[in-house]
Design a protein around this ligand. Structure first.
Ligand SMILES: Nc1ncnc2c1ncn2[C@@H]1O[C@H](COP(=O)(O)OP(=O)(O)OP(=O)(O)O)[C@@H](O)[C@H]1O
Ligand SMILES: [Mg+2]
Length: 219
């Protein structure tokens, strides 16, 4: 059983893109793989095909009926989950969320759990994604962008997770569209300060070979 938690320095950085690519790389290798997106906000039931769970289900080649199994906490408002849940008079029960994840961690051969937003997005009035990750203690895949400013954002996120003694399996510097900063130089700079956490890169529209190499570095 191999499981990773996919988090990021912020929203829209590439967690789903990286997770879907790793799922496909697992499948090319003949590895049994599954993925969860337990909490999704901004979910429009009228166009599920634009959602994260749908992108993961597509990579897994699962039918759309798997939605509830992959992503039980879905909220309509494109807000942080605490706010999006409150709009619907709901709240995330952290024990239920942990139990839901643990069931798959215990039974799945290869598992990717995509978080939501960045490392400290609130899930409830008291808990953030950091608390969720701390409970599960899975190795993290920290996805970062390559835009100007990412180095500080990435090292800040890294410092926060390391303070919780969480292990970082990889920092993935995922090339930001139109970035003015060279990808390799950004990764090298992050690596100098990453306290031993491995740093990988993915270009725009990354190739199968890039995802195969990333998976090879992880498993
Ligand atoms: N390397 C890349 N090449 C091409 N497109 C990319 C790349 N990385 C991300 N994208 C695109 O950028 C957008 C944002 O990425 P993605 O949805 O993976 O971010 P996210 O971190 O999962 O966001 P969220 O916080 O909403 O879950 C998507 O349309 C995705 O397909
Ligand atoms: Mg996503």
């Amino acid at each position: 059983m191999t499981a990773f938690f996919v988090t990021a320095t912020g929203t829209d950085i590439g967690k789903t893109y990286v997770t879907a690519g790793l799922i496909r790389a697992c499948r090319r290798r003949g590895r049994v793989v599954t993925a969860l997106k337990p909490v999704a906000s901004g979910f429009d039931p009228l166009s599920p095909e634009s959602s994260d769970p749908y992108a993961l289900m597509e990579a897994l080649e699962l039918p759309v009926t798997s939605l509830e199994r992959i992503s039980p906490w879905r909220f309509a408002a494109p807000l942080s989950p605490d706010m999006a849940a409150a709009r619907e008079g709901r709240a995330i029960d952290m024990a239920d969320l942990e139990g839901f994840c643990r069931e798959s961690i215990a039974t799945q051969e290869t598992l990717f759990i995509e978080g939501v937003g960045g490392v400290m997005v609130p899930l409830t009035e008291h808990d953030t994604v950091l608390d969720w990750m701390t409970t599960l203690r899975l190795p993290l895949i920290l996805v970062a962008g390559s835009y100007l400013g990412t180095i500080s954002h990435t090292l800040t996120a890294l410092d926060v997770v390391m303070r919780r003694d969480l292990s970082v399996a990889a920092i993935v510097v995922n090339e930001t569209e139109g970035s003015s900063v060279p990808l390799a130089d950004t990764a090298a700079s992050i690596a100098r300060f990453s306290a031993g956490a491995p740093v990988a890169t993915l270009g725009r529209r990354a190739t199968d070979a890039e995802f195969d190499a990333l998976l090879g570095a992880l498993i």
